[in-house]
Ligand binder design. Structure first.
Ligand code: UGB
Length: 432
């Protein structure tokens, strides 16, 4: 009887011709050979995959570093560099709406004095985005990094707080404009309510929590007839959806202050104007139309009373914003929990000297040296209020706020900027 070994391994290979054995052996060899080949192939494929993956990760890290899209290493570096503080006791500020009128001015003022600034703006087309791009170029010159993104983007906002321990948030991103709310109500809810809440959630979760200064509006005084408007006056009669969303913002921020210990300062801006302003505002569109020889519509209130605004020059508003950041108390929460009561403030930032709309037009005519073609119309029921007038004593006391530019001077500066930016010609004005 052949042993097991004999059965499979011939004593003299090639001599033994047993068919059964031979074919079994061949099968064994085939089987052995194919297993080892497969093993080798598997090893080879494994090595190939490993080297491919490491090459891919090398490529990825290179691309991540070089790419400027958000989340890339290069992007993170730009954000960190821009947030770097260059003065003693400086702050690191996230400015939302930084390509906007007030946002761009505040960002530059902060950066110039050595604070760290990172801007974010969604560059929407409520008015010509090319003006926003031009403001972005100004910010670039001052080394302010401006991210193109929406405050509703939860991932982007929380990523920003992961990268930088912002000490302050200057929240100026909003859907502005009183009358446009009738055309596009949802955009007010999207930016002024949903966007605000997204931002506050990120601030609440941040560690450390930043102090927040944000733009409310004089429009919250609505149909109030008591003048001048004081912060303690009633604000429960908004005349437009814009005003209602700003008032809602005041209530929402109060909630986050109360529950999570966020330090909040709300600023009620009064019809801000000046160089690099918003083309949708009356002083701006009137200038364009006067230069183009087109007529302008001047609204008139009940009983033929002229409408009036407490027009406030941009540099004064910037001082109020910076003063608010400088005096803001720290937020007290951490890990989403309030540790102690935090500061909650609301200030009027106005000029304290209202001017009627026809008077404003007369000033523009003087600066432009062109007569306006005026078309006077009774104020339509579109959300407008007949007048605004700020009492600024609280801001004076707490922030040292003191407006220094009257409308005549401020419009002169605006017109000089307008002409240098757009020129006199109609062709250039079409850029708006
Ligand atoms: O303080 C604010 O919180 C708000 O200020 C600004 O709103 P308003 O004060 O309404 O400014 P603006 O539109 O320039 O109209 C000025 C005057 O011109 C009158 N007006 C306007 C247009 C027109 O064609 N004719 C006209 O007579 C008009 O009836 C009004 O009497 C911001 O836009 C707003 O976003 C918000 O920040």
């Amino acid at each position: 009887m052949r042993g097991l070994e004999e059965e499979f391994i011939p004593s003299t290979p090639g001599k033994f011709k047993d068919k059964t054995y031979y074919s079994g052996n061949r099968q064994f060899h085939r089987c052995f050979a194919s297993t080892s080949t497969m093993f080798l192939w598997a090893l080879f494929l494994l090595a190939l995959t490993a080297s491919y993956l490491s090459f891919q990760s090398f490529i990825n890290s290179g691309t991540r570093y070089l790419s400027s899209t958000w989340g890339s290493l290069h992007w993170e570096k730009q954000v960190r560099d821009s947030a770097q503080i260059h003065r003693v006791n400086g702050m690191s500020v996230l400015v939302t709406g930084a390509a906007g009128f007030v946002g761009s001015h505040v960002s530059i003022a902060l950066k110039k004095r050595g604070d760290g600034v990172v801007g974010i703006d969604n560059f929407n087309n409520y008015y010509d985005p090319s003006l926003k791009k031009a403001r972005k170029n100004l910010l670039n010159l001052q080394n302010v990094y401006l991210i193109e993104g929406d405050i509703n983007d939860v991932h982007l906002i929380s990523k920003l707080f992961d990268i930088v321990a912002f000490t302050h948030v200057m929240h100026l991103a909003a859907q502005a404009g009183v009358r446009y709310a009738m055309e596009n109500p949802k955009s007010y809810v999207h930016s002024n309510i949903a966007g605000l809440v997204t931002l506050l959630e990120a601030c609440k979760n941040a560690n450390p929590q930043p102090a927040i200064v944000w733009a409310s509006s004089s429009s919250v005084y609505g149909l109030n007839e008591k003048v001048p408007f004081s912060e303690s006056d009633r604000t429960d009669q908004p005349a437009s959806l814009y005003a209602a969303t700003k008032k809602a913002g005041e209530e929402i921020t109060h909630t986050y202050n109360h529950i999570y210990g966020l330090s909040i300062t709300g600023l009620r801006f009064f019809t801000v104007y000046g160089p690099w302003g918003r083309p949708d505002m009356a002083y701006f569109s009137f200038t364009r139309n006067i230069l183009q020889g087109k007529s302008i519509t001047i609204y008139r209130g009940k009983n033929r009373v002229d409408l009036a605004r407490d027009f406030t020059y941009i540099d004064d508003i910037v001082k109020g914003c910076v003063g608010s950041l400088d005096t803001a108390g720290k937020s007290t929460g951490s890990g989403g929990k309030k540790r102690a009561p935090a500061m909650f403030r609301i200030f009027n930032l106005g000029n304290t000297s209202p001017v009627t709309v026809p008077m404003m037009v007369a000033m523009l005519e003087k600066h432009l040296k062109v007569k306006a073609k005026k078309h006077v119309l009774d104020m339509p029921g579109n959300g407008d209020v007949p007048f605004t007038h700020a009492n600024i004593s609280l801001a004076q006391k707490e922030l040292g706020y003191k407006p220094t530019t009257n409308l005549q001077t401020g419009l002169g500066k605006f017109v000089r900027w307008y002409l240098s930016y757009y020129g006199y010609s109609q062709e250039k004005s079409m850029k708006e």
